[in-house]
Design a protein around this ligand. Structure first.
Ligand code: NI
Length: 180
């Protein structure tokens, strides 16, 4: 396993549409392990493959299920699994209800903004064994999975902001990344 460098906006790889994975083999499982190690090292709650320069439809996330979008604890949800590894994810259903969540991104370090998205989504994907799965997400998990899926479309959370704010966030993020 290895910790990989994270691409910082406006790196053009972050703007590419990621390609579908045709076979879930050992090289994909190796990549998932590297992504896991990288995400943990960077204290992230989600990571998409394009963020480490691999333009493939792969994401991982590890979000506490008992935290609502506004950061409050919800009792009784701790038993649900937190760690997801998804290949070729697709949204099969989204709630009409919208929720606002404070979002940040490892590719736009140090910047945060409230972003509106469907409150609940169902996602179809392949797991690391290549099996078809469908999972419903709500609360912070729903915001995170939609944020990570945006990465696979070449989209960043700053794209939901005004162009002035987006450019400012990217400039500030670059400065933070350069001074590390
Ligand atoms: Ni991100």
């Amino acid at each position: 396993m290895s910790i990989l460098p994270i691409l910082i906006a406006p790196n053009p790889i972050l703007r590419r549409k990621a390609t579908l994975v045709s076979v879930v083999d050992n090289s994909i499982r190796e990549l998932l392990k590297d992504m896991e190690e990288t995400m943990i090292a960077e204290n992230g709650i989600g990571l998409a493959a394009p963020q480490i320069g691999i333009s493939k439809q792969i994401l991982i996330m590890d979000v506490p299920t008992n935290i609502s979008v506004d950061g409050e604890e919800i009792e009784g949800l701790e038993a649900y699994p937190n760690f997801f590894k998804m290949i070729n994810p697709k949204i099969s259903w989204a709630s009409e209800q919208i929720a606002t969540c404070q979002e940040g991104c490892l590719s736009v370090p140090g910047q945060f903004a409230p972003i509106k998205r469907p409150e609940k989504v169902r996602v179809k994907y392949l797991n690391e064994n290549g099996e078809s799965c469908e999972t419903e997400f709500s609360h912070l998990q729903a915001a995170c999975v939609q944020h990570e899926m945006d990465h696979l479309d070449g989209k960043l959370f700053v794209d939901y902001l005004s162009s002035i704010k987006r450019d400012m966030f990217i400039r500030k993020a670059q400065k933070i990344a350069q001074n590390r």
